[in-house]
Design a protein around this ligand. Sequence first.
Ligand SMILES: Nc1nc2c(ncn2[C@@H]2O[C@H](COP(=O)(O)OP(=O)(O)O)[C@@H](O)[C@H]2O)c(=O)[nH]1
Ligand SMILES: [Mg+2]
Length: 322
Amino acid sequence: MPVGTVVVDEDGSLIADLDHPGARHEVVRGGAGGRGNVHFKSPTRRAPDHAEPGAKGEELMVVLDLKLIADVGLVGPPNAGKSSLLRALTAARPKVADYPFTTLNPELGVMEVRGRGIVLAEIPGLVEGAAQGAGLGLRFLRHVERTRLLVYVIDGAAADPWQDLAIVRAEVASFSAAVAARPHIVAVNKMDLPEARRSRTRRKRTYQVSAKTGRGIPELAEGIAEALTHAPALPAPAPRRVRTKLAPVSAALTVLRFPWGYRVNGDRVERLVERTDLDSDSALERFQVELDRIGVSAALESAGVKAGDTVRIGPTEFEYQP
Ligand SMILES: Nc1nc2c(ncn2[C@@H]2O[C@H](COP(=O)(O)OP(=O)(O)O)[C@@H](O)[C@H]2O)c(=O)[nH]1
Ligand SMILES: [Mg+2]
């Protein structure tokens, strides 16, 4: 799995979060392997004709969800210049276009500042996603869940850039209050355009830039690096339910009486049946011995079983013979 894969069950409960290289998690176990025929070799039987089938493995339906892991998320309305800024700040080459449907997948780039590589992700604008169908926009926003710093990118030449900023922030807040509370800075882009003049501001943590001319880009890069050094580490997402230990094989054995015969329930005996090749006489011989050893015969006898009665173990039906 790629780093950033989250494993959830069908109810959405977190099973594992593979958030670093080498992360491991056992979700289900394969069945015990059957023993090969070599295992049944003896002085008198040099080429045993049977082997044990393996036991069934466990099954679990899981959903694998890949979330990006980036330090910084560029968030803003369509056309504000997120792709252009990503290009200007990093070596990434995302598509840039004049219409709001360009970036439908998050784009990543690495910015080198003070010898450090900072990973930036462009998060497609919500309107871009919304145009593709309800809920899609929010799907992109989940990628900012793991960014420590948000850079709100707005178009300084838009009719009302500060209103645009308020809308984007409200969208992020409606997605996650925790994400909205993370450190952020604002990049007012397109300051090369004359219409952007009225967006000049001395607001804190606000950078006036032009992805086109490169104006303000080094300052923005420094500002991002600086803000990141103060941004708290993200709390490690705590799996709500971690399945590290699977239920051990129980030695418990129950015999139930029915009008048609007897049912034997128990992990060990059910596995024994699964692992026995019932078409092989010598395997059946061993099966018989094992049934006695784990107490099945005794349990059946004390439940009143008689020769010729039907006995079911798992999906298999037997005729009892003492
Ligand atoms: N004049 C000017 N145009 C820009 C600037 N940054 C981006 N654009 C243009 O704005 C449009 C949208 O840019 P893009 O980066 O695709 O925006 P995104 O949708 O936020 O990713 C494109 O036509 C870009 O060429 C800028 O700083 N100045
Ligand atoms: Mg884009």
